[in-house]
Ligand binder design. Sequence first.
Ligand SMILES: *Cc1c(COP(=O)(O)O)cnc(C)c1O
Length: 437
Amino acid sequence: MNNKMMADRDLDVIWHPCTQMKDHEFLPMIPIKKGEGVYLEDFEGNRYIDAVSSWWVNMFGHANGYINAAVKKQLDTLEHVILAGFTHEQVIRLSERLVKLTPEGLTRCFYADNGSSAIEVALKMSYHFHKNQGRERSLFVSLSNSYHGETIGALSVGDVELYKETYEPLLIRSIQTPVPKDQSEEAALEAAAALAECFKTRHEEIAALIVEPLIQGAGSMHMYHPLYLTKARELCDVYGIHLIADEVMAGFGRTGTMFACEQAGITPDYMVLSKGLTGGYLPLSVVLTTEEVYAAFYCDYGLYKAFLHSHSYTGNALACAAANATLDLFESENVIEKNRDNSNYIASKLQAFETLANVKEVRQCGMVAAVELEGYAPQERIGLKVYEYGLKHGVLLRPLGHIVYFMPPYIISKEEIDIMMDTAYQAISHLPSAVVK
Ligand SMILES: *Cc1c(COP(=O)(O)O)cnc(C)c1O
């Protein structure tokens, strides 16, 4: 079985995510036979460094021995059980640990099975909280350029036109307030002033503000200063508006701390986690919230006051086992500390990109780095050229338009960082008009 044969079978029956399928008339589909550490290997033995952590989920490499063993062990014990009226050890243990790890005041875990679903949970919970308290608040505020997933509610609070525009008539009510325009404190204060203005005029309708703390992932890896989060928390408190921290991507060390909110010293009313939660193994997500929110749904009588949201695979035992194993690795391997060393190394390598004339800006937040290109029209599909160059040279880079970024698994070595970033550098310098400044 070679790549071509697998690709042909695939294209006969599969409709892929986030893809114009016609592109596969010229773009080869890459069937992956196995994964090992930061590497993915296809059916012809070509290996690729997974510089995007397989869509930002992988933390400790593919086929990680420790996580594998934990999932296998769980498989022989309990694969899954209904989470209404029943519970199991893995989900209890995971919840206890998450409550300890996340900012002070988050004490309750509600599970779903992917990032978007967990966003739906947070939005519905916030709306319902206000309703249980006798207030009708059906408007959500989010940041310009934000991304929160692609189910209808999550899409509604997002602001990436490409994903959202077509579905406009189907969406729930949301408005956008400007995201800080860069990583400076001044930009944070400027955006906080705009938020204050927005809240001042419309606070009676607003249930919650939802943000991606510190990094807007799908929104071109745009980054901003933690001061904005501190200010947003203060403003939410003034008006009794909930703060939803979407740490689906930022959580579990990506920004340099276990959770991005830590850098602002805040506790959101809801913290949404997924992607890295299971180390990139299995779909699972969780919304952590406060006693105050929990209490507003707790009463003797009346199902309408209870939160009836449910997913069949809520709190799946295998996924929770993978998550517990992932947290074990964070503890035993001193990961956050070690990542500091890796992100310093990435920072030093990032400087070289600034010498290229087609690079507008480089930016970094913890274990995420981005190189923004300029001077190309969208129809040049410059990202695709970098993608193809990367694959030819053994690196899976998947630029967001003209943003080339690095978000590797944490187990990446310095030598592998060299290959990953040098290949990207070569790819960018092979683009038309890339002269050294
Ligand atoms: C990926 C992502 C989501 C959606 O998660 P899915 O599991 O893909 O549904 C939501 N918010 C952010 C910030 C994300 O990066």
